[in-house]
Design a protein around this ligand. Structure first.
Ligand SMILES: Cc1ncc(COP(=O)(O)O)c(C=O)c1O
Length: 375
């Protein structure tokens, strides 16, 4: 007989809601018989993967050997642009794993973790799994309220997450405000800057490593999933002081980064052409989407990333479902702590057009007759 799960479960997990990923392409195919849905829900690179990375993968002949666990060449390559040493770089199975390692290393049950609301859902999830206490500080006009976050720090605070640019709003914090915040944070707190979308920021955006140089108790997280188009490989990396990086390395699994991922990322880092094309495409897509949002009279947060949070007068879940039926997958803000908004990845010109055409026709119908049945 199975014992009651409640008795087995750690107490921190009894009221725990699992992470809900967005609707998959396969599900839309099955449910609506749509062959090629447009997927603008996971902030992936619409141009695909770095060609240099793909070429490196094709060159692999053998996967029988374990990788060299320290990935020296790759860590050197990641450290070099900043003049840092390899001991300042940690690698992860996606930057998601690095978030988890921060909890393994630093958060005891009852410890407090300060974060924005809404922000990347994983911060809250990992806090709950660790038995920590999430202190969620509402955004101000869609941007991290750094003064309020500072005021929320106590003796029990271990980690403070600033997601810059923030998911799901796409907004970034002002550079001066971020430095002032970093300087004002008490010394016992570890500041975590999640910069998964850093490469899409304009010149005024902050490079978290500059913050790290001023405040050593800081970790900066980056990923190969977005700008290099390598989400399926699961590769993230982090910068920090050598003692913090050594601690993260102590708690991670051996061989946490797969050999093919390391080979592909090493090649992608020098794929300047793909990086430039990805940024240009994102800029063009943003202009296309913002122009349409203005025509449609809907508010959209200013994004520093590769996605936009756009307001919908139609309840977000209703709009999301109606878009799905038309073969366009976005995220409903309802599930992301941003009710009244949709989060839309900036796609190719054609993908953006498909989304805009479907969204505009929904809005038109709703404005003529605002009942769900009309959609
Ligand atoms: C803020 C933020 N951090 C991290 C990630 C995921 O990174 P990775 O694929 O490296 O685990 C995402 C992906 O959506 C994200 O939005």
């Amino acid at each position: 007989m199975q014992p009651p799960l409640d008795r087995l479960l750690r107490s921190a997990l009894r009221a725990f809601a699992p992470y809900k990923p967005g609707t998959s392409v396969d599900e839309v195919r099955r449910r609506f018989g749509i062959d090629r849905p447009v997927k603008l829900s996971q902030n992936e690179n619409p141009l695909g993967s770095s060609p240099r990375a793909m070429a490196a993968l094709r060159e692999l002949e053998n996967l029988s050997a374990y990788v060299e666990d320290d990935h020296l060449a790759l860590r050197e390559r990641l450290a070099a642009p900043y003049g840092l040493g390899v001991e300042s770089v940690v690698l992860g199975h996606g930057s998601n794993e690095l978030v988890q390692l921060l909890f393994h290393a630093f958060v005891d049950p009852g410890d407090e973790v300060v974060m924005g609301k809404p922000t990347f859902s994983l911060f809250r999830k990992d806090t709950d799994v660790a038995g920590g206490h999430a202190v969620e500080v509402p955004l101000h006009d869609g941007v991290h309220d750094l003064d309020a976050m500072l005021a929320a720090v106590t003796e029990r605070t271990k980690l403070v997450f600033v997601c810059d640019p923030n998911n799901p709003t796409g907004t970034r914090v002002e550079r001066g405000a971020l430095f002032a915040f970093a300087r004002a944070l008490p010394a016992h707190v570890l500041l975590v800057l999640d910069q998964a979308y850093r490469e899409f920021m304009d010149a005024d955006g902050t490079d978290g490593v500059e913050v790290l140089r001023e405040r050593a108790t800081t970790v900066v997280l980056r990923t190969a999933s977005k700008i290099y188009g390598l989400a399926a490989l699961r590769f993230g990396y982090g910068y920090g002081s050598p003692d913090i990086i050594a601690t993260l390395n102590r708690v991670r699994l051996p061989f946490n980064v797969a050999g093919p991922a390391a080979a592909a990322v090493l090649a992608a880092l020098d794929d300047d052409d793909f990086i430039a094309r990805s940024i240009e495409s994102n800029e063009r897509g943003k202009a296309q989407l913002y122009a349409a949002f203005e025509r449609l009279g809907v508010h959209a947060f200013p994004t520093a990333a590769n996605f936009i949070a756009v307001a919908t007068p139609i309840p977000a879940q209703t709009a999301y479902e109606a878009l799905l039926e038309r073969g366009v997958i976005v995220r409903s803000g309802d599930g992301l702590g941003l009710p009244g908004y949709l989060r839309v990845t900036v796609g190719t010109h054609a993908e953006n057009e498909s989304f805009l055409a479907a969204f505009a026709s929904l809005l038109e119908r709703w404005r003529a007759q605002p009942v769900e049945a009309a959609l």
